[in-house]
Design a protein around this ligand. Structure first.
Ligand code: MF3
Ligand code: CO
Length: 249
């Protein structure tokens, strides 16, 4: 599949999509507390998205049953919000996507709820910083491999591991467009970034082994060794200079 360049007008719509998404994600983060039931996050998203005139991209995607992914502790991504209560000390990853006027924005954040262990705190900080290291090298003329190399080099230097089986991606009219954007690899690999490309960078970082396993629900992805995992994601537009991060509130 060819890589799609967006026009100025399309980027404007994606900017609005990204802003709405970021504001809703921030609202979810503000609601997080011990005792909150995961499903309540899904209810908030349904209400907010309806009010703001966007549709939940994840709902029904390959049969996914909710508007948002909630992945706690050793869960990496794609946790389905259910009847579980969030507990003090939990590492909670929230991944959200919306579609506005046909254009998708995709973003994720990990939050430590209440009294979080120093190891968990550092995992979250390293994963957030890894995303920003990837964003920093995303400019026209760079190869996609530079993003993964920047992320992997930093994360492994901090003693953590990068998940390989799930990657970032182009985003726009579809949630997943070309190119794939791995969070690992060598700088001299992958396609060259061009102004007008829009990509989602989304490092998933584990304290222990990088390998994953899937629950019987066929969605929830966990670390193979039960160690904690964190996930941050932004949607950004490539330009000749600094990238424009579209999923900031
Ligand atoms: N945000 C995820 C991604 O970037 C997709 C969530 S999977 C879904 O690939 F099924 F929930 F949509
Ligand atoms: Co994504």
């Amino acid at each position: 599949m060819p890589i799609i360049l967006k026009s100025r007008d399309e980027i404007s719509i994606m900017r609005e999509s990204g802003r709405i998404l970021a504001e809703t994600l921030q609202l979810l983060v503000e609601r997080l507390r011990p005792g909150l039931v995961e499903k309540e996050l899904d209810e908030i998203v349904r209400r907010e998205f309806r009010r703001r005139g966007v549709t939940p991209t994840f709902l029904g995607y390959l049969g996914y049953p909710a508007t948002v992914c909630v992945s706690i502790n050793d869960e990496i991504v794609h946790g389905i919000p259910g009847d579980r209560e969030i507990m003090d000390g939990d590492v909670v990853s929230i991944d959200l996507g919306c579609t506005y006027k046909g254009f998708v924005a995709d973003s994720a954040v990990t939050v430590g709820v209440g009294n979080v262990s120093p190891a968990a705190r550092r995992l979250i900080d390293v994963t957030r910083e890894a995303l920003w290291r990837g964003i920093a090298v995303s400019r026209a003329g760079a190869r996609v491999g530079e993003i993964g190399a920047a992320i992997q080099g930093y994360v492994e230097g901090e003693g953590f591991s990068v998940v390989r089986e799930y990657v970032g991606h182009g985003v726009g009219r579809q949630m997943h467009e070309d190119p794939q954007v791995p969070n690992y690899g060598t700088p001299a690999s992958g396609p060259v970034l061009r102004a007008g490309m829009v990509i989602a960078i989304e490092p998933m970082v584990n304290i222990g082994d990088w390998r994953t396993k899937r629950d019987p629900d066929n969605w929830t992805v966990r670390t193979i060794d039960g160690t904690l995992s964190a996930h941050f994601e932004h949607t950004l537009a490539i330009t000749e200079g600094e990238p424009e991060v579209l999923t900031l509130p």
